[in-house]
Design a protein around this ligand. Structure first.
Ligand SMILES: [Zn+2]
Length: 367
């Protein structure tokens, strides 16, 4: 177990858990949503704005920060906290998903992933050991192992090969991480094949990581397959450790996953959709560019009460998108993050109060 890191479950309701994640930079109540700051910034939002909404942990991406500006530069600032001015905790994804996205522009060997940088064409090799060094330089409070993600519709043999390579890489990451006082999470792969997911969960649990993630979802499998994998895999992960569902997160997906016992989430939806003019509201998704928003003198989401909804009207946000002012995307992203933050806080309260099933039904009905 990493120094100063811990997790405890405080209440359960069925399989759903309300817990607390302890890191060197503070305590994080779970279920927790982590805003995505791939390049070390929340795309135009100030760190203090996310903090004011109640977020204690954000996501960075080791692969991207390694390529730009370079882990060495970030290390000189004392890590990503010093470089980017974020005072809460940081989890960094390893780059397994980015390597997957490079597809035909990369090759994989037992050693690691070989590719050309999408920025300057330079030849690069990312090994589990290099990946751990990058995350140490970044000083992520929670590092993720390097993994190979297979397409969601991969056949058994392809998914098995990727899962076994991911497990071998995870063990190399663990050895390389030994002197790092921060936490290290393993990633369960296996595509849509439950037998492979079970095997990965068992192998990784035996190696005793600080937490466990389900990765390789929302990459081409059906929504039903995804739900099934989450439901069946969560049950196989150690009960006393935090469980993180990577990159999945429409509000109803989060509710489903919490119901199955997952604790941590990240997704670009609130910020990306916000920048595109889509608002997550209590009553469903609102398109701010729509003509019905023009001149509307009501809050963007009448049931919200976030700093954006308290101060600005739906009509003003529509106007900002109509004239292409970047403030529109910023305000919508802030509201959406407030929506996600409120959702996980409500889920947590409902688990503690024993009313989770009722709340879960309400959220699903609005999808
Ligand atoms: Zn709002």
């Amino acid at each position: 177990m990493a120094d100063g890191f811990g997790f405890c479950v405080e209440a359960v309701c069925g399989e759903a858990r309300a817990g607390v994640l302890r890191t060197a930079r503070g305590e994080i109540p779970t279920p927790a949503f982590m805003p995505v700051g791939t390049f070390g910034a929340l795309r135009g939002l100030l760190p203090d704005e996310a903090r004011a909404l109640g977020f204690e942990i954000i996501l960075g991406n080791a692969f991207h920060l390694w390529l730009r500006p370079g882990a060495e530069i970030i290390r000189r600032f004392g890590g990503l906290h010093g470089f980017g001015g974020w005072r809460g905790a940081i989890l960094t994804d390893s780059g397994g998903y980015q390597i997957y996205s490079l597809r035909e522009r990369r090759t994989l060997s037992e050693e690691g992933a070989h590719f050309r940088s999408p920025y300057d064409g330079a030849r690069k090799t990312l090994t589990p050991e290099i990946c751990m060094q990058i995350q140490r330089d970044i000083n992520s409070d929670i590092a993720m192992v390097l993994d190979e993600c297979a397409r969601g519709d991969s056949d058994y043999e392809t998914a098995q090969r990727a899962m076994l390579l991911s497990c071998r890489w995870a063990l190399r990451c663990k050895s390389a991480h030994e002197e790092n006082p921060n936490a290290l999470f393993a990633i369960v792969q296996g595509g849509a094949h439950q037998q492979l997911r079970d095997e990965a969960a068992q192998r990784l649990a035996e190696a005793d990581f600080d937490g466990y993630a389900i990765g390789g979802l929302a990459v081409g499998e059906s929504k039903d397959e995804m739900r099934e994998v989450v439901a069946n895999t969560a049950a196989k992960l150690p009960r006393e450790s935090p469980r993180y569902l990577m990159g999945v997160g429409a509000p109803a997906d989060i509710v489903d996953a919490v119901e199955r016992g997952m604790d941590m989430f990240d997704c670009v939806l609130p910020t990306r959709n916000g920048r595109n003019g889509q608002l997550f509201c209590e009553s469903g998704v609102l398109r701010l560019r729509g003509a019905e928003c023009r001149g509307a003198d009501i809050p963007p989401d009448e049931n919200c009460g976030c700093p954006v909804c308290r101060r600005f009207s739906r009509g003003y946000l529509h106007h900002l998108f109509a004239v292409g002012d970047a403030l529109g995307g910023r305000l919508a992203a802030l509201h959406n993050l407030a929506f996600y933050r409120r959702l996980t806080a409500r889920l947590r309260r409902a688990i503690c109060d024993g009313t989770f099933v009722k709340l879960a039904r309400e959220v699903r009905e609005k999808e």
